[in-house]
Design a protein. Sequence first.
Length: 80
Amino acid sequence: FDRDSGRSRGFGFVTYEDSMVCRNLLMMGNEGEDPNDAMKLTGRVEMQGKVCEMKAATPRERGSNYYNRRKEISRRNNFN
């Protein structure tokens, strides 16, 4: 949720115990694509009248802007 408005930010993270479930979801909307490339694809499924996109999460590198920004915020707030 957005801290200021309290509204949903429209995304979430899900972890699957079975990697085949994840691959099958990523293949949805990508019929005809190579299943070996599933982790690179964006799966699409309609839920309650809205199209939901699914993507495989990838870890952020320590040198990324996000990591550096979080590190700076922690330093300023003395949370290091």
